[in-house]
Write a protein that binds this ligand. Sequence first.
Ligand code: ATP
Length: 626
Amino acid sequence: IESSKTDSSETTVKQEFVCDIPYADVCVLFQEIENISSRLQIIKLCSEFFTKAMKQNTANLIPLTYLFINKLGPDYEMGLELGLGENLLMKTISESCGKSLQQVKLDYKDIGDLGTIAMNARNVQPTMFKPKPLTVGYVFQNLKLIAKSSGKDSQLKKIRLIKKLLTACKGIEAKYLIRSLESKLRIGLAEKSVLISLSKALLINEYNNTLDPDMELIEKAEQKIRDAFCQIPNYEIVINSCLKYGIMNLDEHCSLRPGIPLKPMLAKPTKTIMEVFDRFQNIHFTSEYKYDGERAQVHLMNDGSMRIYSRNGENMTERYPEINVTDFIKDLNLTKSLIIDCEAVAWDREEKKILPFQVLSTRKRKDVDIKDIKVRICLFAFDILCHNDEKLINKSLRERREILHSVTREVHGEFTYAKELSTNNLDELQLFLDQSVKDSCEGLMVKVLDGEDSHYEPSKRSRNWLKLKKDYLDGVGDSLDLCVLGAFYGRGKRTGTYGGFLLGCYNQDTGEFETACKIGTGFSDEVLQSLYDRLKSTTIDGPKATYIYDSSAQPDVWFEPTLLFEVLTADLSMSPIYKAGASTYSKGISLRFPRFIRLREDKSVEEATSSEQIIELYENQSHVAK
Ligand code: ATP
């Protein structure tokens, strides 16, 4: 990176990545990708680009990967978020491209894309001198500086840095620069496609460019990289480990470690206790209360510091200042580091009982002062994944539990083991399920206890963990988390707000949102008003290219994908107008009688219920299952 060009008065960022690839080359590729829809073709173009870049310098791959997925670093690292607001960007475009703010705002109403507006404005702007071409390293470094600008003058600092970049942009560069700053690249490039391209390029590099790998080998490599990424969700570490040790040896050298949140294991839904018994015939299993709170992955590091990560790998340590993991460790001489998997639940200290999830969600997320805490929490621990740097995920659950109990101790109301019962008696399990609900839990988690099937599978929605949610046993077995894609204006009592919403699931293969239903039930007037206030600023002029919908089911307004609703449905049925799963099935699947339960603020839109999950839930319905 041309460090000399970075204004030394700005926030400093470690100058890690040297990458001389012209930024213009990346933008030309982005434009090409934007104009094609074939995923295979996109992967081909990306992997060729990566391969060429690696021939120059293998280190190029890291900033390139981040630019392609429109991020600046791992999700768990704080202060690397872009997603700059449109007002700030409009102001910057106006100031640096010689257009009045009013004109930029009018253009935005017309065109709906700040990137295109910036590009058009730059292209007609007379330049006194020819700017030096932008390189990937320089752009990446400055994007980081922009994201990290904080404090009193942060807006000014950001504007200054963006202007510096914008005035050096030529042609289409301004378009993609602004879109990257907004975190809305909108070229239809799914992270999964980037991962496959990356795997291919790394393979070719490993074989000294003498190999044209076939799909089987690429998929094997991709699986290795994906597995490593689930344990260490950090592209820099994973790519460097591939380069150093070889892709096929990744598992030995790139595995979970305290301080880095691994992607949590997830469960499959079930609808009856009988289904659990069918699945776990002749298998030792155990049941635990399914607590209704927030997942908390607690890390103790060798230097004695502690971190708590959310289900998404977000650093939540600040949210829980009252928790000190060392209070729950039996012997600090014997335990220097660990990772435990817990559920943080709101706890009534006087009544000594669990409080509903809604109470927990009233707690502040950031800057929590220990003196102001009104809602106390208790951690319910259900797994241990690492102890003294030894990775435990490939031990049986029975062994992991024993280790958990041997290294930690319960502190009533602060740290408790998840209540468990190991029985293969149907009546006993039914009673345990009923009791879990009386004790304010959602139901049970039923888990394989012994053998390989009981290993902890990071990131996987596994058949070895089944959830039995009491409230959903009459429906499809689970609630769904769907993305709000559009809305319908309210009528009658709901005039002035939105009266219904168009929801969609996420197709992880294509990066597209497929419509799944229209919803208008389950909302109070207050919720509708706050949804209106919140969503109206995310309105877009028309559906995005990544929205798969039928013209007969179009909403009055379309939104950027920003928010998930948790919804309940009576059942799932084939639909002529909704598109969930349609790329795999001949027809789409939709929800019947959907009902709003709550917002899912802890999930990103890419974590919405996937098309694959909807197909699976659909097929598991008794009238569909063969
Ligand atoms: P998804 O819908 O993607 O599966 P979710 O966040 O909606 O995820 P659920 O499926 O309802 O969650 O259930 C899994 C969650 O249940 C875990 O992520 C964890 O936070 C919580 N949980 C509570 N008790 C337990 C337990 N004993 N074992 C494992 N997870 C538990």
